[in-house]
Write a protein that binds this ligand. Sequence first.
Ligand SMILES: NC(=O)C1=CN([C@@H]2O[C@H](COP(=O)(O)OP(=O)(O)OC[C@H]3O[C@@H](n4cnc5c(N)ncnc54)[C@H](O)[C@@H]3O)[C@@H](O)[C@H]2O)C=CC1
Ligand SMILES: O=C(O)C(=O)COP(=O)(O)O
Length: 524
Amino acid sequence: MFRILVSDSMSEEGLAPLRKSEQIEIVQKKVTEVEDRLHEFDALLVRSATKVTEELLQKMPNLKIVGRAGVGVDNIDIDAATRHGVVVINAPNGNTISTAEHTFAMMAALVRRIPQAHISVKSREWNRNAFVGNELYSKHLGIIGFGRIGSEVAKRARAFGMQVHVYDPFLTKERAEKLGVSVCTLDEVLALSDIITVHTPLTKETRGLLGEKNLAKTKKGVYLLNCARGGIIDEQALVKFLENGHVAGAALDVFEQEPPGDHPLLSFDNVIVTPHLGASTVEAQLNVAAQVSEEVLQFLEGKPVTSSINLPTLSKDVYAKIQSFYNLAKKMGIVASQYMNIPVQEITVTYAGTVADLETTYITRSLLAGFLKPRVASTVNEVNAAMVAKERGITFGEKFSDETHGYANCISLTVYGENKVFTIKGTHIPNYGDRIVHFDGFSIDFAPEGYLLYIQHQDKPGMIGKVGNVLGSHDVNIATMQVGRQQVGGKAIMMLTLDKPLDDEILEKLTEIEDIEAAKKLEV
Ligand SMILES: NC(=O)C1=CN([C@@H]2O[C@H](COP(=O)(O)OP(=O)(O)OC[C@H]3O[C@@H](n4cnc5c(N)ncnc54)[C@H](O)[C@@H]3O)[C@@H](O)[C@H]2O)C=CC1
Ligand SMILES: O=C(O)C(=O)COP(=O)(O)O
């Protein structure tokens, strides 16, 4: 049974896929209303109001996934979620059209002074001369941030006969040409535009993007819109430029603090505002809630998610192809970590054969998670494995090779410790399973599963019998046994699968046998 906390208002119809599952209980309450049971929840669904902080994540040790029913994830501490091994997903395109339409409605309202005129008429006035506006037709519109919403705004602007100038450092010329807009530098957009609208996420780079310095580069009489995130237009700077008359008016759907309280911006007659309504349509809310519900359901059923912020995205088809290698890699990581139980500095994964053509990033993450699990007390999984490795000073990398050692596919893992380098190679054989085919310089063939016992010894007659005797006399049954050697009479290894975990005293007894050089328990 999984418990999901839905802490912001969400479309009931959109939550239907989750409601249908008998495995899921939904609790619709604010975080503050369930403080005493936060540890019970496996998933958290939010919009922009809930702040997913380190502090909240600490109170939710069972949390596996945060679903953002919308685009912006600036209310979620992604690094903290990653550290806690919590997947963060969003619904990136469900509210694009609604937000673009809202931006356009705000633009028209701003230049025609519709809200002001509305209030006037409702106050029983009839003052037509006070509300003379501007046309949008032929005006220069500057769009900063040309992603989903920015490009939908551009299409509507072109339909209104506007000239569109775009600034987005990640925009290609081809894409801009296709949409009939001109690509500009930020300074060009600032200098050319009669109206400027921002559609970037709020990041370190975009916070205060339209601050005093850049506002000074705009045309006198410019109109500004922010239907993206409070803070992209610096509010203090905006107040200053409204006061000195440089900015003719502004339309704001979002604020640095929401709600904005008694903010000075609210006292300007030429500032029109809405309470973060960009995504607030029946259609958008159904889209985003349905999208995150489906994804959360998938995730809780152990399937891949497609809109993850802190995991490589993976389609169902790709996941089906990598699943076997994903499992093999994890087991190889676990085995290697226990065998090399010393500090390590570097891990290299080499892919050969059919596996080399797949999404190996995901497979490597699985291997890393397996490797780190026995070493790290906190939860480690595919989400935070790379970060945990980095924190512990372990570098890792992928390589590709043609050397398959006669198998259709081969994953090699090499771990570099202070005075030791260890290599393990594995393969997945369809309808047969995972096999380790090379272990620390020895060719061997065993399944990386269950209670394993590794023994390194001299290749002499009677060794197998001696080991069997010790185990048998302690009532330990051997399920499988594989041997490998480099040369006759030289170093050799045994890998046994036991039916139950081995006591340390028995392990000690094994190491006392003459010609046994090392014995180690491994558990997968
Ligand atoms: N008011 C509301 O209710 C809503 C607000 N939003 C906000 O709208 C914004 C845009 O959303 P989408 O278009 O869906 O996102 P998107 O990711 O499709 O587009 C964002 C664009 O900004 C560009 N960008 C990033 N850094 C930049 C920089 N320093 N300068 C210029 N461009 C930069 C990116 O290259 C990208 O093309 C987000 O902040 C989102 O949170 C989204 C939905 C509803
Ligand atoms: O999707 C976004 O980024 C939004 O800003 C929408 O926010 P909301 O879900 O309406 O609180």
